[in-house]
Every structure is written in structure tokens, then in C-alpha cells.
Design a protein around this ligand. Structure first.
Ligand code: MD3
Ligand code: FE
Length: 202
């Protein structure tokens, strides 16, 4: 079932639940080639979330800023290919929400251990904000926060469970959003972590 919380923002409950094993298997292969790492932000802080990417482009940050690259700055190699099955799942989820021509070329992999969080931010390193963002949540549940188009105010809270998919497009594409500090727990498929994939058009 689908919950719509704003003009073009949707939660597809359990949408990838039955594909979770296959998705995680493919992610393990990706992470063998481009390992998870903790980025340093332009402000100098180390991110608590561990990150990698697959697709034609990967999102990175360092002291110089946030950006997409076509090679992994750790390995010096191109980012691993986006597994076709993952790309298709993301495209089908987008279609369910009326985004017919979504073709992501970047997939950011975020791994949260207990205590990891993501502060409120906008995703604005992409060039075409008319393209939606699709995200898959796997493993431990997390509290997702979403606010307005400007900083300030108290954000809405949504619990994201294993297998949930979020689609954000149209006027909701530039909303502030983040993730609360992950609580301890154990999940049969991921152990003590939450995995989030975000599919984007760079
Ligand atoms: C709402 N990741 O990687 S995914 C990120 O759970 C990021 O790891 C979070 O925010 C995570 O940038 C949230 C859901 C999501 C992604 C992009 C959005 C929600 C969004 C862009 C605009 C509005
Ligand atoms: Fe984001």
C-alpha cells in the first residue's frame, strides 16, 4: 500500500521486502569493489554514516565540497555498475508514483550503525530537480524526518521499516530531510545495521 504525505511524496510500504535478500547480495558485491567509508564534510566533521556508490556516478564529500564523481576516490576505479535488478526496481517504484521516465545513473549506499544519524539537509547536488529520488530502506528501522523547503520548524516523523520505499519528486524534491540517530537492534537479514539506497539522476 502507498501513503502519500505531500503533493509528490510517497511511502510504498514493504515494496522491496521480498527482494531484500537479492538486493543485499548485490550490495555485498558492490561493496567488495568500492568499500564503505566515512566521508569528511566541508566543515571538517566525519559523517557517522558509512557510504559507497554504484552507477555511472557516485556522490562524495571532502573538505572541498559535495559532488558527484565518475571514479571512486579511494580505489581510483570507476564506481561499480548499478545492478540492473536494482535499477529496475527503482524505476518501477517511481512509475507507481507517476514518474514515468525516471532512469537513475547514481545510487548512493548509506549504512547506519547504532548511533549513526543524518542531519537535516537538502539533496541539491543534482542538475535536474524535476527528477525524483527513490530510496529503499533495509534492515533496522529508523525515524525519517522531513521538513519544508526552508530550514527551521519541527520536521514530521515517519518510521521507515525493512522493505519500505520512498519516492520524492515535484515540489517535494527539495524538502529538508534527515534521519534520527539509529537505535540499537538486530535484524535477521542485516544484523545491527540499517541500509539505505538512494537512486538519483545526477
Ligand atoms: C526527501 N538519505 O542520502 S533517504 C541522503 O535514509 C539521504 O539514508 C536518507 O537523505 C537515508 O541524501 C534518506 C529518503 C530521501 C532521500 C532524498 C530526499 C528523502 C528525500 C530528497 C528530498 C526529500
Ligand atoms: Fe538526502
Amino acid at each position: 500500500d502507498v501513503t502519500r504525505f505531500s503533493e509528490r511524496a510517497y511511502l510504498l510500504h514493504g515494496y522491496v521486502e521480498r527482494d531484500a535478500n537479492a538486493i543485499l547480495e548485490q550490495l555485498r558485491e558492490v561493496i567488495k569493489q568500492s568499500p564503505l567509508r566515512q566521508f569528511v564534510t566541508p566543515g571538517g566533521g566525519k559523517m557517522s554514516v558509512r557510504t559507497s556508490s554504484c552507477g555511472d556516478f557516485g556522490w562524495i564529500t571532502d573538505r572541498k565540497g559535495y559532488r558527484y564523481t565518475d571514479t571512486d576516490t579511494i580505489t581510483g576505479e570507476p564506481w561499480p555498475a548499478m545492478p540492473a535488478e536494482l535499477k529496475e526496481l527503482a524505476e518501477t517504484a517511481a512509475k507507481e508514483c507517476g514518474f514515468e521516465s525516471f532512469s537513475p545513473n547514481a545510487c548512493l549506499i548509506n549504512v547506519y550503525h547504532p548511533g549513526a544519524a543524518m542531519g537535516l539537509h537538502q539533496d541539491k547536488d543534482e542538475s535536474d530537480f524535476s527528477q525524483p529520488i527513490v530510496s529503499f530502506s533495509l534492515g533496522l528501522p529508523a525515524t525519517f524526518l522531513w521538513g519544508g523547503l526552508k530550514r527551521g520548524g519541527s520536521p514530521h516523523k515517519i518510521t521507515l521499516q525493512h522493505g519500505d520505499v520512498l519516492v520524492w519528486g515535484g515540489p517535494d524534491r527539495l524538502r529538508y530531510h534527515g534521519v534520527k540517530k539509529l537505535a540499537d537492534g538486530q535484524h535477521p537479514l542485516t544484523g545491527n545495521v540499517r541500509v539505505n539506497l538512494t537512486f538519483r539522476v545526477r
